[in-house]
Design a protein around this ligand. Structure first.
Ligand code: UDP
Length: 446
């Protein structure tokens, strides 16, 4: 008799990877799979408390088991030093993984041993370990298929002389086209371009060799959204839109749900929702402009200001915020489907992008770095469901620009119409994504 699919899920230990993989694990659990979720010791308690008491009281049940290993980072080390954290984590966890796999498997009967390892970016080393032990591998990529295609093209772009082999910077001014049916993009839109040093570029170049050990690259996207990307690799598998409408799924961060009652009291399509995901930090002068821009609009707004913004949060003296509601972390999926929402001021993180598309909400794009610039190109130039804020000569988005663009978007029936049409398409695409996911689960246990 064929056993169940038992996945060993290994996220890179930052929120932007742990949360999507924890949530994806819950989706797999719903399909009857078993998941062993490997956390670093550092994050174990965070994950455990999320699993024990999400707002929706859905407990990670017997399908998901949490295990942990040390990541080797000293308490006195700076965890913001990603270059150091990556190399220490790789070295420490890698040495301990074979024994952990052995222990997990020893506790299972022969039908239920680990059948596939799923990793996120930076954890490709675990695929190598699995490869040596004869365990299948998959990559869960919480970003677009196009961004994965771009990382996978690094060597080719170097060979063609389009980018520098040491830092990924463009060698000439021309735009980059990753394949003949993908949009032309300025070199600055490549996701490694705004990483602050060459380490990440070289790391990703190496990492792609490990990630190529995975037989499947699972992307939370649909074929129709980024058809061109799928011609770049047969490993790419669109399983989206994933989780965009899953509300009873646990998030690591505690959501402030008071904003839902507040939204209920707002007129239809009146509220400007502003959120910049889990990692982006806004510098004080830019934070002020945003606050004052929201005030200038004289419309209701819902603004997510994370406590870990990275800079001290101080609202400017002139800020009134009378028509606004500010929360530390919102139930974003519920918000985006709320009829009171008019538009989404977004950093264009991929999950936010998919969630906005799924609900037909038009975007105001405020990309910062990594794949966000690429996602902005899709939103504004390919799907044409949003507008981009322009920065002044100092790189700041001024309050007047915020007011002007939001008003322009809200008066643009064509953009809003396209967002509604694309929503219908993405909802239809879900059936294909679900089918691909089931195929993947069956492949894992073959
Ligand atoms: N999110 C949320 N509440 C918030 C802000 C964000 O639940 O207040 C969720 C959002 O729904 C999305 C994720 O956090 O699923 C952010 O992912 P994204 O890829 O957009 O950005 P990242 O955090 O990776 O920069």
């Amino acid at each position: 008799m064929m056993g169940i699919s038992h996945f060993l899920a290994i996220p890179y230990p930052i929120l932007g990877h742990m949360n999507p993989l924890l949530q994806f694990s819950q989706v797999l659990a719903k399909y009857g799979c078993k998941i062993t979720l490997l956390s670093s010791d550092e994050n174990y308690e965070k994950l455990k408390s999320a699993s024990g008491g999400g707002n929706d009281k859905v407990i990670m049940d017997s399908h998901i088991k949490l295990v942990s290993l040390p990541d080797g980072v000293d308490p006195e080390d700076d965890r913001k030093d990603q270059a150091k954290v990556i190399s220490t984590t790789i070295n420490t966890m890698r040495a301990k993984l074979p024994k952990l796999i052995e222990d997990v498997n020893d506790a299972e009967d022969s039908d239920n041993k680990i059948s596939c390892i799923i990793v996120t970016k930076n954890m490709g080393w675990a695929l190598e370990v699995g490869h040596q032990l004869g365990i299948k591998g998959a990559l869960f990529w919480p970003a677009s298929a196009t961004s994965l295609a771009s990382f996978n093209s690094i060597q080719r772009l170097i060979d063609e002389g389009a980018i520098d082999s040491k830092n990924g910077l463009p060698t000439r001014k021309q735009e980059i086209q990753l394949s003949s049916n993908l949009p032309m993009m300025e070199a600055a839109a490549m996701p490694w371009y705004c990483l602050d040093n060459a380490f990440f570029f070289l790391h990703m170049k190496q990492e792609m060799q490990n990630l190529n050990l995975a037989e499947r690259w699972l992307c939370n996207t649909t074929f129709d959204l980024e058809a061109g990307a799928f011609s770049t690799s047969q490993k790419l598998l669109p399983i989206g839109p994933l989780m965009a409408n899953e509300h009873n799924i646990i998030s690591i961060l505690q959501e402030d749900r008071t904003c839902l009652e507040w939204l209920d009291q707002q007129p239809p399509q009146s509220v400007i929702y502003a959120s910049f995901g889990s990692m982006v930090s806004t510098k004080p002068n830019q934070f002020n402009e945003l606050a004052l821009g929201l005030d200038l609009l004289k419309r209701p707004f819902l603004w997510v200001v994370r406590e870990d913004n990275g800079y001290n949060i101080a609202y400017p003296d002139e800020f009134r915020g009378r028509q606004g509601k500010i929360v530390g972390w919102a139930p974003q999926k519920k918000i985006l489907e709320h009829p009171a929402i008019a538009c989404f001021i977004s950093h264009c993180g991929w999950n936010s992008t998919i969630e906005g598309l799924y609900n037909g909400v038009p975007f105001l794009c405020w990309p910062f770095c990594s794949d966000q610039l690429m996602n902005k190109i899709y939103i504004c130039d390919v799907w044409k469901v949003g507008l981009e804020f322009h920065r002044d000569e100092n790189g700041i988005i001024l309050r007047e620009e915020i007011k002007k663009k939001v008003e322009q978007l809200l008066g643009d029936e064509e953009i809003k119409g396209r967002a509604s049409k694309l929503m219908e398409k993405v909802i239809k695409n879900k059936a294909q994504g679900d089918q691909n996911l089931i195929k993947f689960i069956n492949w894992a246990k073959e």
